[in-house]
Design a binder for this molecule. Structure first.
Ligand SMILES: Nc1nc2c(c(=O)[nH]1)N[C@H]1C(S)=C(S)[C@@H](COP(=O)(O)O)O[C@H]1N2
Ligand SMILES: [Mo]
Length: 250
């Protein structure tokens, strides 16, 4: 396991101990509330331990992994995605909708004209692998400023093009992570256009959180007040179907 994963276990230590003492707790409603409380508590603790705008570690070019594996969806076959691959994503659109004053729709060319950020970071998947890659794209905050976020927006929902095994993939983050300088809409990996297996043509990088938060095959973002009515209401595909925590901070 990676350094970060170990650190995460240390942070979770006292929660894990309590778990050992009452193994059945997960089955009951009270158990569910208990886990949600641990989730909130962990989020509060991690945010207290580091400044609101603390950056995830960035690495040197020589640290870049020779291959960046693909995980989850790696070659979507639904809803015209293969046709987009075939024509080089010329008709791809990235939309900004929901609680904004100006809903927007971008072509990839327009996205290239926005200010860009490049960062070399480490991706940690809960399945127990990590990879270091260099990502380039506009900061998510640039889109939020252009669309002018309305009062009452509490989350950014990432909308994806791929149907995974149980349904459409999606993810969400709060406004703290949405405005974080390292949260970008990446279109390049290691200086090349994003490969299909890694989410072409656009994927989110949310560098202070685990791999499943980094939504691939982005068709847009939606600003919402609440996550309750999206998917099964837990804020993401793996939160809905896999019991993963919504806040996956490291
Ligand atoms: N749209 C979409 N985004 C996704 C997934 C997916 O299946 N579909 N898998 C997630 C998981 S679990 C991980 S670890 C990373 C994998 O990114 P990679 O394929 O570039 O390694 O993407 C995340 N984002
Ligand atoms: Mo993952």
């Amino acid at each position: 396991m990676s350094f970060t994963m170990k650190r995460r276990s240390v942070l979770l230590g006292s929660g894990a101990l309590m778990l050992g003492a009452c193994t059945k707790v997960g089955d009951s409603q009270a158990g569910k509330r208990f886990f949600e409380t641990v989730d909130d508590w962990q989020m509060g603790l991690q945010r207290a331990l580091r400044a609101r705008n603390a950056l995830a570690p960035e690495y040197a070019p020589e640290d870049i992994s020779p291959t960046f594996r693909g995980n989850g969806s790696t070659d979507p076959q639904n809803d015209g995605y293969p046709e987009h691959v075939a024509n080089g994503f010329a008709d791809w659109r990235f939309t900004v909708t929901g609680l904004v004053e100006r809903p927007l729709s971008f072509t990839l060319d327009q996205i290239m004209t926005l200010p860009q950020r490049t960062q070399i970071t480490r991706h940690d998947c809960v399945e127990g692998w990590s990879a270091i890659g260099q990502w380039t794209g506009p900061q998510l905050s640039t889109f939020l400023e252009l669309a002018r976020v309305r009062e009452g927006a509490n989350y950014v929902v990432f909308r994806c093009a791929d149907d995974y095994t149980r349904g459409r993939y999606y993810e969400s983050i709060d406004m703290d992570d949405a405005y974080h300088p390292q949260t970008i809409i990446a279109h390049r990996l290691n200086g090349e256009p994003l490969p299909v297996k890694n989410g072409a043509p656009l994927r989110a990088r949310v560098e202070r959180q685990l791999g499943y938060k980094h939504a691939k095959y982005l068709t847009g973002i939606e600003l919402v007040a609440s996550l309750d009515t999206i998917g099964l209401g837990k804020g993401g595909y793996w939160e809905d179907y896999g019991g993963y925590q919504w806040y996956a901070g490291m």
